[in-house]
Design a protein around this ligand. Structure first.
Ligand SMILES: [Zn+2]
Length: 152
């Protein structure tokens, strides 16, 4: 089964641009949902060896204007390992991608905060360039994607 790429554009009354919105407008966050069939240990670059329990992992990223291309890269097993998430999505033994949700105009760290609610995560994963604790979260059961507000 091939994962669909779903548009999760938040419904907002106010689509007008305000000061400071220019950069935010280019942040197209996405949520990649992965299924880990069995417990595994993976060396994730500088983070070292991490143990992944069976279940679902939610990865929050952003691709700016190239969000769809970035997401398609995550779904391809053949690639050079470059980002933390690549350690989980490359090669034949990868975690299986289940779904992808796009959040046009939403900042990835805002999405990460929404996904973090009530969940544990892998510290430092995908969050080297921001102040979030992590951008990878764990769910023992199939999670519902959040619908965060565009701003506020
Ligand atoms: Zn962040």
């Amino acid at each position: 089964m091939k994962p669909e790429i779903r548009d999760q554009r938040p419904e907002t009354k106010d689509r007008g641009l305000k000061t400071g919105d220019r950069r935010r407008r280019l942040e197209n966050a996405y949520l990649l949902l992965l299924w880990n069939q069995a417990r595994r240990r993976v060396v994730v670059g500088s983070l070292g060896r991490i143990e992944f329990a069976p279940g679902f992992y939610l990865y929050v990223g952003s691709g700016g204007a190239n969000a769809v291309r970035r997401v398609q890269r995550h779904l391809r097993p053949d690639k050079r390992v470059r980002w933390h998430i690549d350690y989980l999505t490359a090669g034949s033994g990868r975690m299986r991608p289940v779904d992808v949700y796009l959040y046009p105009g939403l900042a990835e760290c805002r999405l990460a905060r929404a996904v973090a609610a009530g969940r544990t995560g892998i510290a430092g994963f995908g969050s080297s360039d921001c102040r979030c604790r992590t951008h990878l979260f764990y769910s023992p059961d199939l999670p519902r994607p959040p619908k965060p507000a565009a701003r506020g």
